[in-house]
Design a protein around this ligand. Structure first.
Ligand code: MG
Length: 497
């Protein structure tokens, strides 16, 4: 094994050079059997999982603890990341899930074994880790979280030196290090150290309070009463604090970040019944729900009705464009309400492939004023180029303040659509063949192929997308009424029988 050469000060930023990575990857494989490049689909099976549940994508390395996400897998993938960053400072944060301490110990060990200086920020939202990477001038970050997945899951979300998730190109470089067994372990005299930093959440809140779209003084004088459901995730450490800073009277559900989720942790409508009841019981102005790593935000009206995650980004976009015009970037499956709002403000709406990094990369390229993903993921460049529910909370409160009306009335200015998400098992279906046929039969329809196949009508659309991780075809459709939505979906179902 090669000995790693580090600069004298391990904390000094030295970005990995393409030349160095090329050199690493050109070396003979350590493992004679690793001569051939392994495809991601094979990497998924590396965990010797009974259920083959390890998923490797731009969203991270995700699996079930004790099945696919084993200590060996965690160590190897983390050490490969440390090799990719060429050592240096790495920020580590985690959500509250029960396996988090165990995974963190392995991540610390692997990073220091590769000579990295680890700065542990404790339990924190994923956006807090991303912000800390930039704020502390680190070379990368690891957010230990399986996001909205149930309690048995965990994952490594890998963050590059810009504070964003790895792009698909960087992911490929990194995975090549793993695939070819090119990990560079440090010698005994070059091992890294772990230090702790407990201001990351404060830094994050400070950044939000200084956003140009907010008037914290006006919000404080309004003294909103809010209920927030943190699902016993990382949100309990940031969202109630932020709301208190904004002068709110805060009622918190599931605040303690102990990671025993009291319900399915995904903040979808069916999981927000208790939040709705609490909003009504306390006579609150609004209810907020976040997922365990606090990058998705869902809203409940003062009447206790969950309004659906698609509305979060639409409302935030309305607020931002009302104060500053500029391009908006969303993924291919995000609500059409964003197009309508952009049209109203005469700005362009751009679409990307699904995945936070795809949206944030395009936002950076276009200098977009806001962007995100329809499932409650608000991205505001002034905070950072990643989905952030805490930023969303502040923007929604400002919207509510500016409207001067109860929340359920204030959102009447937002174009209303009904969305349906479905999936088709592909066991006996050749999805590519079917999609080619559908495309050929519907040449007259406006088509978008940036991520799968999407047909766009005047006030409805339907999107077919093959999953990267499961043998399924996702179908997402949106229309103004339930009848139109049902008819739209029905018009394509015959292709799958
Ligand atoms: Mg999440």
């Amino acid at each position: 094994m090669s000995k790693k050469k580090l600069t004298k000060e391990a904390g000094i930023i030295k970005l990995p050079t393409r030349g160095r990575l090329k050199k690493i990857l050109e070396q003979k494989p350590h493992n004679k059997n690793a001569n051939n490049k392994v495809k991601i689909s094979s990497v998924k099976k590396h965990g010797e999982s009974k259920k083959d549940s390890l998923m490797v994508s731009v969203s991270g390395i995700r699996g079930i603890i004790g099945e696919s996400l084993t200590p060996d897998i965690i160590t190897q993938y983390t050490a490969a990341f440390a090799t990719w960053t060429n050592g240096g400072t790495i920020i580590v944060g985690r959500d509250s899930r029960v396996s988090g301490e165990m995974v963190k110990a392995l991540v610390h060990g692997s990073l220091t074994a590769c000579g990295c200086k680890v700065i542990d920020i404790g339990i924190a939202s994923t956006p807090t880790v991303e912000i800390a990477v930039k704020h502390l001038g680190a070379r990368g970050g690891v957010a230990i979280t399986a996001s909205h997945n149930p309690i048995q899951w965990n994952a490594l979300k890998l963050i590059g030196p810009e504070g964003k998730f790895l792009s698909s190109d960087h992911l490929e470089e990194y995975l090549d290090i793993f695939r070819f067994g090119k990990i560079e372990w440090a010698s005994w005299d070059r091992l890294g150290k772990v230090t702790f930093y407990d201001h990351a959440i404060t830094d994050h809140i400070t950044k939000i309070l200084s956003l140009p779209y907010l008037n914290p003084e006006a919000l404080r004088s309004r003294r909103f009463k809010v209920v927030v459901d943190c699902v016993n995730g990382a949100g309990g450490l940031i969202v109630p604090r932020l709301l208190t800073e904004l002068g709110c009277e805060v009622i918190t559900l599931n605040e303690e970040p102990h990671g025993i989720f009291p319900r399915n942790p995904e903040p979808t409508i069916e999981n927000l019944k208790l939040l709705g009841e609490a909003v009504v019981k306390h006579g609150a102005d609004i209810g907020f729900a976040v997922d365990p790593d606090v990058d998705r935000l869902a809203l409940v009206s003062e009447k206790g009705i969950p309004i659906g995650e698609e509305w979060t980004l639409a409302i935030a976009t309305e607020l931002v464009l009302s104060k500053r015009k500029g391009p908006v970037v969303v993924n291919a499956s995000t609500t059409m309400a964003i197009d309508d709002i952009c049209r109203k403000y005469q700005v362009e709406c751009f679409r990307t492939k699904i995945g936070e990094i795809n949206v944030s990369t395009k936002m950076e390229e276009l200098n977009a004023v806001i962007g995100g993903e329809g499932n409650g993921g608000v991205i505001l460049p002034e905070t950072h180029l990643g989905r952030d529910a805490s930023t969303g909370v502040a923007l929604i409160l400002q919207f509510l303040h500016d409207s001067g009306k109860p929340f359920s009335e204030s959102i009447r200015s937002i174009p209303a659509y009904i969305m349906k998400k479905d999936k088709i098992e592909l066991q006996d279906i050749d999805a590519d063949k079917v999609l080619t046929q559908i495309k050929s039969d519907n040449k007259k329809l406006k088509t978008d192929t940036i991520d799968g196949l999407k047909f766009i009508k005047e006030d409805s659309w339907i999107h077919f997308r093959k999953s990267n991780t499961e043998p399924i075809l996702r179908i997402i459709a949106e229309a103004k009424t339930q009848k139109e939505l049902d008819e739209l979906i029905k018009s394509f179902t015959s292709y799958f029988h």
